[in-house]
Design a protein around this ligand. Structure first.
Ligand SMILES: Cc1cc2nc3c(=O)[nH]c(=O)nc-3n(C[C@H](O)[C@H](O)[C@H](O)COP(=O)(O)OP(=O)(O)OC[C@H]3O[C@@H](n4cnc5c(N)ncnc54)[C@H](O)[C@@H]3O)c2cc1C
Length: 389
């Protein structure tokens, strides 16, 4: 095999692409793997600009890929961190119902958590909430003690190291610009050359729809980017939040709602917003208009917060009344790659498509960072089957 050839090309050096590369390059039946990442380092996309929460699998529809791969992925991720000495904290999460109207949705989350096999979940009455979070109030809550926090870029770096140690290549500054099939595989042109392989796996996050179309795949679904901005709680108040405080999510959205999150550095964030980011071509996609009409009618509050910082902070005070808007200042922002169907529905589950000689991760929103090791096994199995390896 020449220097530019490998068994598998992985496009995208985020946590999902690197987990896939690692799964293929290591183990009993290793394949030669080359990762091509557009940025100058790995883990710079969604893998960096996120809440850093190791989800336990509470929310997801039983039987979905998200439900199965999150529970399995969280368990595997903690083991991975132990093995590679990557710091994490199982700080626990509360999902808090503010009033009686939210109790049916809380009941449904409890039911889902039970079916999904989320470890250690328990229901708290109003007076028990303070035992977990002394400054938090609500009428009832779910406590997930195994939900935790980690720095996902550190996990991505460790995975890239494993790929290199196994003889694979992780090339940065190598944004893929063209894709075509060959007699016995697939080839790409990237910023610093060409590469060929028997199979490619595209894990390109915000660019996953464009990459799939380039490789001959369907334009449906399209990626709509949502900007997720965070505020930072003043350090002198950070001790008021021990772990993670989440609302009961809006069932109209695949997002988990604005939450208070402890980070590995000890800071506490409030966020994220969910502001639709205009992108070339998104206005000509019928799904964008269908989604906009639907949301306009429901007036989803998570979207309003994108333009109303005080309102965003007041939302936090509903859960921790001692917090005021003046306690928060702007912090970082990330971009979520959310797949949107032609019919205007946001794709809820993880989604993997195939084109000749390629697999495409078409929807890997939260909790894909938590689930990355489990997603990777699923994709690696399909890749090995396709290659007869
Ligand atoms: C605001 C926010 C909060 C979140 N919170 C959580 C959380 O708490 N817990 C959790 O589990 N998940 C969370 N998520 C989701 C999680 O971050 C993502 O699901 C996960 O990072 C997806 O990983 P990825 O590798 O698919 O994507 P990315 O990390 O975006 O990686 C894709 C990579 O592809 C590269 N790429 C794109 N185009 C090309 C090209 N043409 N050629 C080469 N490379 C290319 C990009 O540069 C990028 O590095 C959150 C996401 C956001 C945005």
């Amino acid at each position: 095999m020449s220097r530019d050839e490998s068994d598998v090309l992985v496009v995208g050096g985020g946590i999902v692409g690197l987990a896939v590369a690692r799964a293929l390059a290591t183990g009993a039946r290793p394949l030669s793997v080359r990762v091509l990442e557009r940025e100058d380092g790995v883990g710079r996309g969604q893998t960096r600009g996120n809440s850093g929460v190791v989800h336990a699998g509470v929310y997801y529809a039983p039987g979905s890929l998200k439900a199965r791969l999150c529970v399995e992925g969280a368990r595997r991720l903690y083991e991975y961190c132990d093995h590679h000495a990557i710091p994490y904290q199982r700080c626990g999460k509360l999902i808090v119902a503010k009033d009686a109207s939210e109790l049916p949705a809380l009941d449904e989350l409890e039911r889902r958590a039970g079916i999904n096999g989320v470890p250690g979940m328990r229901r708290l009455a109003a007076e028990q909430i303070a035992e977990v979070e002394p400054h938090c109030v609500g009428v009832a809550a779910l406590h997930s003690p195994h939900t935790g926090i980690v720095q996902f870029p550190a996990v991505a770096e460790a995975m890239a190291g494993e790929v290199r140690d196994a003889g694979g290549t992780v090339a940065t500054g190598a944004g893929v610009e063209a894709v075509w099939t060959t007699a016995d595989g697939i080839a790409v042109r990237h910023r610093s050359g060409q590469a060929r392989a028997r199979l490619a796996v595209f894990c390109a996050g915000l660019e996953s729809d464009r990459m799939a179309v380039m490789a001959g795949g369907a334009p449906d679904p399209r990626i709509v980017p949502f900007r997720g901005a965070y505020l930072r709680l003043a350090d002198e108040k950070a001790d008021m939040v021990r772990g993670l405080i989440y609302p009961v999510p809006d069932p109209a959205l695949p997002f988990l709602g604005v939450h208070l999150t402890r980070h590995m550095g000890g800071q506490v964030s409030l966020g994220p917003t969910a502001l639709l980011v205009p992108r070339a071509g998104s206005l000509s996609w019928p799904g964008t208009w269908r989604m906009a009409r639907r949301w306009w009618r429901t007036g989803v509050s998570e979207l309003r917060h994108g333009v109303d910082r005080d309102g965003f902070a007041r939302e936090a005070a509903r859960y921790v009344p001692a917090l005021a808007p003046a306690d928060f200042e702007p912090w970082f922002a990330g971009r979520r790659a959310q797949a949107l169907g032609r019919d205007g529905a946001l794709v809820d589950d993880f989604l993997i498509h195939e084109t000749p000689r390629a697999l495409h991760v078409r929807n890997a929103p939260s909790p894909a960072a938590t689930s990355s090791l489990a997603i990777a096994d699923l994709i690696a199995d399909r890749a090995r089957t396709a290659l007869g390896a």
